[in-house]
Design a protein around this ligand. Structure first.
Ligand SMILES: [Mg+2]
Length: 299
């Protein structure tokens, strides 16, 4: 064990839920044999013959990765200990955020980042003030029309660019009564008929509708170029929306919080409560991931 050796007593991430109930990996054992062979999670140990890696950048998703999904937009925040560790990492290598949220929302919650790819990459901002934007935008009149269709308990969040232009919207029923499938399908049809790019990944209780197609992989590549990333890039996310970013990174790490894991393509995984110890061990190990790192690895 390297610097993360204090976690060596953590039981292997397999089978049933963790004792505290925060992680449910039982789906792994229910997966078809073929999938289980491909995706089995195990400790990344010397036996896996993995090479150590010098980390040159840490890029992160926000929702479900740095911040919990089960809080309201207003209360959403990054835990203090993660802010502290990521702030220290950002003094050594670029730290950037790739998110579906807009800059207004994200920069106050992750102020220490060197860059932010907002609204799925439709707008990229750097801490030095530079802004890279796409030309796409949504007509304001859509907001009122969509709002009129929504029952109570639904919220309509706007995603805006540097000049206040409408880049996207999010329809959220997290704290309302789950809608019927027919209603959702009608809403998706309506949004698509207005030429919006729609992203809906059930069972997530929200729909994102954007002025253009988001691409987290391109966002990662763009930020890496702009920030001059030299060594290996680590991307930390938590859902299939992050797959193109995981694929673009040298090492993709999935934060596990009970979601369906099979469709997620990251090579490694940490449980949500292990993210801070993992980042701390990275810092203590001078940003080198040891070849006997303790996080979990997909075979
Ligand atoms: Mg996420």
């Amino acid at each position: 064990m390297g610097e993360g050796g204090y976690l060596s007593s953590t039981p292997p991430l397999r089978g049933r839920a963790a004792p505290d109930g925060t992680v449910d990996l039982s789906r792994w054992s229910e997966a078809p044999t073929e999938a289980r062979r491909t995706y089995e999670i195990s400790y990344l140990t010397k036996e896996t013959q993995s090479q150590s890696m010098k980390v040159g950048a840490v890029f992160c998703d926000y929702d479900g990765t740095l911040a919990r999904m089960d809080t309201s937009r207003e209360l959403s925040r990054v835990p203090d200990e993660l802010v502290g560790t990521l702030t220290r990492i950002a003094t050594h290598v670029p730290v950037a955020i790739v998110t579906m949220k807009d800059f207004d929302f994200i920069h106050t919650r992750v102020p220490f980042a060197n860059g932010w790819a907002c609204v799925g990459g439709l707008e990229v901002r750097l801490a030095d003030g530079r802004i890279f934007r796409s030309r796409v935008r949504i007509q304001e009149s859509i907001l009122e029309e969509i709002q009129r269709r929504l029952p109570s308990g639904f919220t309509l969040e706007t995603k805006r660019g540097a000049d206040g232009e409408l880049l996207g919207l999010c329809i959220d029923w997290r704290f309302g009564t789950p809608p019927e499938d027919d209603f959702i399908h009608g809403l998706l049809r309506e949004l698509r008929s207005r030429n919006l790019y729609v992203r809906y990944e059930p069972p997530e209780p929200f729909i994102d509708a954007l002025a253009g197609r988001p691409d987290e992989g391109i966002a990662v590549r763009t930020l890496a170029q702009l920030l001059g990333v030299k060594d290996s890039l680590v991307y930390i996310g938590d859902s299939v929306s992050d797959n193109s970013a995981f694929d673009e990174a040298d090492l993709g790490i999935c934060v596990v919080h009970g979601q369906e894991l099979l469709p997620i393509t990251s090579r490694a995984a940490v449980r949500q409560y292990e993210l801070h110890p993992f980042l701390t061990s990275l810092l203590l190990n001078e940003l080198e991931i040891p070849d006997d790192a303790w996080f979990f690895h997909r075979k």
